[in-house]
Design a protein around this ligand. Sequence first.
Ligand code: SF4
Ligand code: SF4
Length: 345
Amino acid sequence: MVETKVTVVICQAQGRNPVKRQMEEDILTAFIAEPSVDVSLVPHLYDMPHDHTGTLFLKSVPGNLVVLSWLYERATRWTLDRAGVRGQEGTSLIVSERDDDEVIEDEDLREPRGIGTLDVPDRKLYCLDLRVCSNANDYVHEIKRIVGENNVQTVELMSLINGSPKRAQLQRYLHPERQLEARLALDGGSTALADKEALPEDTRRRWYPVIDYSRCTNCMECIDFCLFGVYGVNALDRILVEEQDNCKKGCPACSRVCPENAIIFPQHKTPVIAGANGDVGGIKIDLSKLFGGDDGMSGLDMAVRERDQELVLDGRKAVGISVGVSSRTHDEFDDLMDDLDALDF
Ligand code: SF4
Ligand code: SF4
């Protein structure tokens, strides 16, 4: 029986920004010799494919997990969920700033009514946004606080991982162009993480939607609206992102038509689409929604325009509002226009 270790995974920023690299290195260095923490470094979370070493490593962690990334916490949590990395939501004192101009007033009062995610293990998962603080010490202190919060006597779960992860972590940091190939092998109930010859892995920049199942009601509006075959359903008829590489780079259209604001594009420049808490679409009378988009367009207007642009770029015909927009959304859109008329601008 030993102290529970917390695994800390730092997800690198895209590109080679020296300030961001320094922040990552400072946090890594602070814990490299810390016995109560296993620290590791992986490429950008959103860009790693499901069979990437970093993804496999994240999936191999059985205990409490802290993931730091250059994304909103919500985007990190649901990107991890998509990769099958789940846990009970841990509360951090470092919280992404909200853009009050884009947040509806009753956001915090709304009851979560999503279908939720499945197979959530009984461990804590903390997601920290590396963009919130400019000083690495703030993250170091917060991680230490989390370690203290989880400091109970139990079996050392990380000892199930063989090898010398600390050496590997340093090598990955010092040589980010080389990645260690991790193989998970189940052998009599023990998990082995094998360090193999360093191999290059695919971490090109990606663009695809991530579903927040705490909000998603499985209404299927997104699957109807997207005409590029991105969405599908699983054996339980739950919506999922099936063909992520079919998504059109830079297009966030379906996030604007999702009635629950459950679709996240972590790399979009607009905070509420990138996973900040708040609303996205253009249904209710809300000035941020009416005028938040280009040219004062509503969310639905913008979504239809964005989808049409992608259809035309694909050599297909624009379809406007006539395809994939439900009658419910149509009605709400009409109500919106009536309300706009009543405002008499
Ligand atoms: S439109 Fe939104 S709420 Fe409806 S199924 Fe898609 S993600 Fe879920
Ligand atoms: S952003 Fe566009 S292409 Fe991508 S899933 Fe949504 S509607 Fe489909």
